[in-house]
Design a protein around this ligand. Structure first.
Ligand code: UTP
Length: 291
């Protein structure tokens, strides 16, 4: 009953922090090296066996659908030219069982989740923000895997957090913790982007969640503020009923929807790349010596 099989990736935001590119290209299609963020996110899901994925897109967004669909003439041409390796790369995104839901108006994250209601029905689901990249080193447990395990053991919704300090505290949703056992925190409250003095802990909410089916119903009943409905309002209600857990992710996280985060992700992924890692390292050393 607590088995998690489905996932929602909201990708219909306006991406205003990344204008002008986001006029025509949705933020989750921004590329880190040669792959768009949203593909890394679907890979995060397939690594742990979650294959029923719905991506929430804006009405005029063709490019994400295209990325997960068949590129007929390109595929034919690569085959004809005997470029088997490139052909396989082009096919990679077709193996995901991706469906699409449309968010007519960008009325916030909770609005995007509600657009996927028909797909999720009353089942639990993973929620992955389309503009955050997480990176677990070999041997480290992937963040979503840990969240799914906690949900399947407890039946309670669970969110991922990371430790933040100083001014960074005010950039994220912040949680109050009433108890902690084996790295699983019981969340007592949530505050949105608090000042340093209002913060309840050093734990900031990041873009990975496993939410119980009842969250959909809660979102439908929320009152809008500034024309948006807020996921955090539903999470705060869960927390005050003792129904929300959190787990701190210790791997690397990149906010690809932010210019600096985007550059950091590209540099680090380039350094890890088999193809250009060594040359990137030499370039960075040379650059650093000139700064
Ligand atoms: P953000 O708040 O970071 O994205 O949403 P945004 O609104 O697109 O960006 P800025 O702040 O204007 O630059 C996090 C994720 O939720 C999706 C976004 O696409 C992003 O992947 N989202 C956000 C939606 O799908 N619909 C919305 O109405 C809002």
């Amino acid at each position: 009953m607590n088995k998690v099989k489905k996932a929602i990736i909201p990708a219909a935001g306006l991406g205003t922090r990344f204008l002008p590119i986001t006029k025509a290209v949705p933020k989750p299609m921004l590329s880190v090296l040669d792959k768009p963020t949203i593909q890394y996110i679907t890979e995060e899901l397939s690594e742990i066996g979650i294959e029923e994925i719905v991506i929430v897109v804006s009405p005029d967004c063709e490019v994400i659908r295209k990325h997960f669909g068949k590129a007929e003439s390109l595929e034919e041409r690569l085959l004809q030219d005997g470029k088997q390796k490139l052909y396989e790369i082009a096919l990679e995104t077709r193996k995901f069982n991706v469906k699409f839901a449309v968010q007519k108006q960008a009325n916030g994250l909770a609005g995007a989740i509600l657009c996927a209601e028909e797909f999720v029905k009353e089942e639990p689901f993973v929620l992955l923000l389309g503009d955050e990249l997480l990176y677990a080193e070999k041997g480290e447990k992937p963040c979503v895997k840990r969240l799914v395990e906690i949900f399947e053991q407890t039946g309670k919704s669970v969110i991922a957090t990371m430790e933040v300090f100083g001014d960074d505290v005010s950039k994220y949703g912040n949680i109050g913790i009433s108890s902690e056992e084996d790295g699983v925190m019981q969340v007592s409250r949530i505050v949105e982007k608090p000042s340093i003095t209002e913060a309840l802990s050093n734990n900031a909410i990041i873009g990975r969640y496993v939410l119980s089916g009842k969250v959909m119903g809660m979102l439908k009943n929320l009152k809008p503020r500034n024309n948006e409905i807020y996921l955090t309002d539903a999470l705060d209600e869960l927390a005050s009923n003792g129904e929300l857990l959190a787990s701190c992710f210790e791997g690397a996280r990149y906010d690809v929807g932010d210019k600096l985060g985007y550059i950091k992700a590209n540099v680090e992924f380039a350094l890890k790349s088999k193809e250009i890692g060594e040359e990137t390292k030499e370039f960075i050393k040379d650059l650093a010596s000139r700064l």
